[in-house]
Design a protein around this ligand. Structure first.
Ligand code: UTP
Length: 234
């Protein structure tokens, strides 16, 4: 199957150390022996820091978004470096370039594409465009909660939720460059519009992501809840 995997920069480049890139590279190589994979990397703390400085020095939100996109692409380059020969050796700058790269048979890694969204939206649009079988959003929380679990102790996790519920949950998120949310509102709307199989999960351990994707590839029952995440159902 074709899997689109969005890896948050907060996971991949939390401290900008080689280990997390190498650990993800190892899991991705394993995954690619059975499935076609396109990875979309986020910008993480570096993107937020650069955006914050740019905003303070006078950049408008679109200019800040372009800076964020640059950082997501730098993280993509680091993951390509860690993947070595297993990776397509360039970062596609849009959806059509990613489509062309698919014929290489290699793991494709890209970052952001246009201002006004995050890499969650890139991965959702890519999933629809390429008719991919599964979208996995690997992030810093173990699924979608009724509120931010880092701020609200009463926040409850959804085991499964409809795309419409996802939209309602994330719609209150601020749309500024560098904003935080488990899934960005545009991505949620795309998931609602296109009704593809989506999992939002804790991506801290790449082996957990690998396990979930392999399980999804092997099962015909996609109604059940999954470990360390939330399943979005149409
Ligand atoms: P991210 O996708 O990393 O945002 O893009 P995020 O939600 O902060 O994700 P984590 O922390 O990595 O999990 C970083 C910033 O880059 C810009 C936006 O400003 C976004 O907040 N960006 C990214 C775009 O404008 N367009 C894109 O296609 C991607």
């Amino acid at each position: 199957m074709l899997v689109i995997l969005s890896i948050g920069g907060s996971i991949l480049a939390k401290e900008l150390k080689p280990d997390s890139f190498l650990a993800y590279a190892a899991a991705l190589k394993e995954l690619s022996s059975e499935h076609d994979v396109i990875v979309v990397t986020g910008g993480g703390v570096a993107a937020r820091d650069y955006i914050s400085v740019a905003r303070s020095t006078g950049s408008n939100e679109v200019e800040c978004d372009y800076i964020g996109i640059d950082i997501t692409r730098l993280n993509a380059k680091l993951l390509i470096s860690a993947l070595g020969d297993a990776a397509y050796n360039a970062v596609p700058h849009d959806y059509k370039e990613a489509e062309k790269a698919l014929s290489s048979g290699k793991i494709i890694v890209m970052g952001g594409v246009i201002p006004g969204q995050t890499t969650d939206a890139v991965s959702a649009i890519l999933t629809e465009y390429l008719n991919a079988d599964l979208l996995v959003i690997a992030t810093a929380v173990d699924g979608v909660y009724s509120a931010d679990p880092r701020e609200d102790p009463n926040a409850a996790k959804y085991e499964t939720m409809t795309a419409k519920e996802l939209v309602n949950t994330v719609m209150t998120t601020e749309m500024k460059a560098g904003s935080k949310s488990p899934v960005d509102p545009l991505a949620a709307k795309i998931i609602e519009r296109c009704e593809f199989e989506t999992i939002v999960m804790d991506g801290s351990n790449p082996q957990d992501v690998l396990e979930v994707v392999i399980q999804e590839g092997n099962t015909t029952d996609r109604k059940s809840s999954i470990r360390l995440g939330t399943r979005i159902i149409g």
